[in-house]
Ligand binder design. Sequence first.
Ligand code: NAP
Length: 244
Amino acid sequence: MKDRVAIVTGGGRGIGRAIALAMASRGAKIAVADLNAADAEAVSKEVESLGIRSIPVVVDVSQEESVKELFGRVKEEFGGVDILVNNAGITRDALVLRMKEEDWDSVININLKSVFLCSKEAVKIMAKKRYGRIVNIASVVAFMGNPGQANYSASKAGIVGLTKTVAREYASRGITSNAVAPGFIQTAMTDALPEDVKEQMLGSIPLGRFGSVDDVANAVIFLASEASGYITGHVIHVNGGMFM
Ligand code: NAP
């Protein structure tokens, strides 16, 4: 990955931070794109401490103008983009009967529309270079469903369809588009769940542990590297066997 340029959305913490650091440790220059300026700045500094060039960019991935500014800034700083990791995501959980329309909309916009907006900007640049790696972070709930997560599971299932369509549309330009579907990964997003829910989930994981952010980053690294050049439209499940 040496000297490749990567954008990691939601790179300011959790899984995105781990992906940014893992790619940097393999030589990729990193744009840490996050809604939270302080987090993006902090991760960008961590990357630079590895001796790798990095910029923090504040972005709202659900807003077209903001996404265009992100890609403009990265192009200006690094001259292009080789790797896009669409990782930013949120949850707004409630049972369908109680789910507010605004919570449906914000999850669909931040988790799914963002992947469309960022992929659109990325392929414009990657197609000219005839090289690109797009890796989208989906979720096991795209395949299993999950009570309380109608908006989230629909957004993640949407990502899987979008991943495959982008793969078919841009394969001829040397761009691959794949997804990683994590199971239960220990981050701020999952720390917030009640203990009994966590225990119940642990019981459904054959490998007997929750995943780490590095478990996810390892799969992303493969799909973002040259080693995965003959793989496109694929989903790698990183879930300890809870769905197979
Ligand atoms: P996290 O700790 O909540 O981090 C998400 C990051 O995305 C935060 O830095 C957040 O910024 C940023 N973000 C939120 N909205 C944004 C927006 N509109 N524009 C730009 N950045 C935005 O989450 P995580 O657990 O690392 O999850 C990362 C990805 O993995 C998500 O797509 C999630 O759905 C997926 N995933 C996670 C798990 C899990 O078990 N943790 C399982 C399956 C899939 P703020 O700090 O400002 O909110």
